[in-house]
Design a binder for this molecule. Structure first.
Ligand code: ZN
Length: 247
């Protein structure tokens, strides 16, 4: 089975459309690591599409805040105002869908799915030290995580954790890694809708564990169109600007 692995779509339908278009025919099922909404202008369109695809989806912190499960009091002011806008604009059935998303980790076909860390859905995994606990306790050889919006992740071999170094040049679409036996992987597909690793292209992954490989993708999308919809929706300017920089 081939899985399209998406995370942190953040209500960016142009980014999600580009990911689906470019990856067409290369996967059988979709898994989503949360933060379906928040920040972006298209919460209903993205939730509708996730539901239509029957994606196996776990909740992220922005899904909790945007659906009213949490009050966003621990968010910065810009994120909080976007969460309030999201809650006001989601249709009731989509609010209900987000409120009922499961908490990670969820196991699918030998992979674990989490939003933040294995032991805490809201915890960020940025460093090798932060990755180690999860890697040592991981229920599956391959765990996918999101939340940081940074494509890549960490690899545990023996007792050594190394960051996964990926480089996907502008003239190519993906880089492939081999899944080796005796190795534990904590992999981040990157963010579909708000990349923060310096590459503004939409990020996602395609996992084919039967063939023991994972592809990390980057594809361009119409950033200006999303920025225009955000501007018209009155979403905060820093959120509009950052899309162009991928930061
Ligand atoms: Zn996020």
């Amino acid at each position: 089975m081939r899985y399209l692995v998406v995370s942190d779509i953040h209500a960016n339908m142009s980014g999600f459309d580009a990911a689906l278009r470019e990856s067409q025919g290369r996967w059988d099922r979709v898994v989503c690591l949360g933060d379906v909404v928040g920040y972006g202008p298209d919460p209903n369109e993205v939730v509708d599409k996730i539901r239509e695809l029957k994606a196996v989806t776990i909740r992220g912190n922005h899904d909790k805040a945007g659906s009213g499960l949490e009050d966003a009091s621990d968010f910065n002011p810009v994120a909080r105002s976007a969460a309030i806008w999201t809650k006001e604009n989601l249709r009731p059935e989509n609010l209900d869908y987000l409120q009922n998303l499961p908490t990670g980790p969820v196991e699918v076909d030998g992979m674990s799915l989490v939003h933040g860390a294995l032991r805490d859905e809201d915890e960020y995994v940025f460093t090798q030290a932060q990755a180690l606990d999860g890697l040592l306790e991981a229920p599956s050889p391959v765990t996918f995580f999101g939340h940081t919006h940074i494509q890549g992740g960490f690899v545990l071999q023996g007792d050594t954790v190394e960051p996964l170094r990926l480089k996907i040049p502008l003239d190519s679409k993906f880089a492939e890694i081999a899944i080796e036996p005796g190795t534990v992987y904590l992999l981040n597909p990157g963010s579909v809708g708000q990349p923060r690793d310096g590459d503004p292209r939409c990020a996602f992954a395609i996992a084919n564990l039967d063939a023991k490989k994972v592809e990390f993708w980057r594809v361009p999308y119409d950033i200006a169109a999303v920025q225009d919809r955000m501007f018209k929706a009155g979403l905060p300017e820093p959120l509009i600007m950052r899309l162009a920089f991928g930061r």
